[in-house]
Write a protein that binds this ligand. Structure first.
Ligand code: ACO
Length: 319
């Protein structure tokens, strides 16, 4: 049996940090409100001219270095992003060229905040079917570019960043992607969307969200996805060593942990320092937890996310 083994991770955050206090000087909000309702204290914002591909390339280089692989090894690149450099070509094409990868396929995948889970599952399928041997799976976003900086209900939530992992197809591996679960329910399209796009308005649009409705959906569907990924692998939830959730809101992380009776100490949270970096948040959090020594080789890690679409999903990985 072939498994997609996760050989290494890397991440990148733009250097500029935007604090809640600075935001409170722009819109009618306060550090206290943001911390109490979301757990977010600060977020990173890409510099003028710094593109999603720039963030992705930095994260990918680190992931390749940690994995001990080079551009010659990579034959698949999937970039999960909602904020591509351009409408086309794919940001992944630019990333591929910059990394010096001259073989295989590269494409973008759009599932908003669930994008990394969808990309991981897509790459896993390609590796297991023998379509590729070594994949870079990247989540990269410059969400700051599509914020309405006058809408206090959304602009306090998001940040920019990128995270990447290297997956390699290995025979008879005990490590690797064990199960994934993906779901979309387009009936909830209008809970979280941009009010523009190439076909509809010939513009990019800004983020619009019915925050409290998304919140209610999030706890229910994220919990369900986690249980489903475990059931597919016939692994009990309490066998999971680390939970690496999409970093939307600390209250969502706490709500899911309470609902599933998970020890909060096993939940990796970076939301305070990163905000919601959409498709980048799961690989960013994973990289943080690997680097600080929490997530180790052999650990069972459950990643999960929910985002616009609505989309949601989970992935169980033996590190
Ligand atoms: N500062 C101060 N007041 C605010 C702010 C702000 N930044 N934003 C909203 N408010 C006000 C509202 O105007 C409202 O005032 P009103 O009662 O006078 O009308 C009041 O706070 C309550 O608004 P709610 O939207 O009901 O507040 P809620 O407790 O639901 O918190 C929040 C809002 C933080 C957006 C929450 O709903 C949330 O986190 N939802 C999840 C959405 C999310 O994370 N989306 C990200 C993408 S999807 C995902 O990643 C899972």
């Amino acid at each position: 049996m072939i498994r997609s083994v996760l050989l290494g991770a890397g991440s990148y955050l733009p250097s500029h940090v935007l604090s809640n206090d600075e935001l409170a000087r722009r819109v009618d909000t306060s550090n206290e409100w943001i911390v109490e309702r979301t757990g977010i204290r600060e977020r990173h914002i890409a510099a003028d001219g710094e593109k999603t591909s720039d963030l992705a390339i930095q994260a990918a280089r680190l992931a390749l270095e940690i994995a001990g692989r080079t551009a010659e090894d990579v034959d698949l690149i999937v970039v999960a992003t909602t904020t591509p450099d351009l409408t086309f070509p794919a940001t992944a094409a630019r990333v591929q060229a910059a990394l010096g990868v001259h073989q295989g396929a590269a494409f973008d995948l759009q599932a908003v905040c669930s994008g990394f889970i969808f990309a991981l599952s897509t790459a896993d399928n390609a590796l297991v079917r023998g379509q590729a041997k070594t994949a870079l799976v990247i989540g990269a976003e410059t969400f700051s570019r599509i914020m309405d900086w006058e809408d206090r209900g959304t602009c306090v939530l998001f940040g920019d960043g990128a995270g990447a992992v290297v997956l390699e197809a290995q025979q008879e591996a005990e490590r690797g992607v064990i199960s994934t679960f993906l779901r979309t329910d387009g009936r909830m399209h209008d809970l979280l969307f941009t009010d523009g796009g190439p076909s509809q308005t010939q513009s990019t649009g800004k983020v619009r969200m019915v925050g409290n409705a998304v919140f209610r959906q999030a706890v229910e569907h994220i919990s369900g996805a986690m249980l489903e990924a475990c059931a597919r692998a016939q692994v009990p939830l309490d066998a999971v060593d680390w939970f690496v959730p999409h970093q939307a809101n600390q209250r969502i992380l706490d709500g899911v942990a309470r609902k599933l009776a998970i020890d909060p100490a096993k939940v990796v949270s970076t939301v305070a320092l990163h905000g919601n970096t959409s498709a980048a948040s799961v690989p960013l959090a994973l990289d943080v937890a690997i680097r600080d020594g929490r997530v180790k080789k052999g650990d069972l890690v459950l990643m999960e996310a929910l985002g616009g679409g609505l989309t949601w999903g989970a992935a169980l990985v033996r590190m």
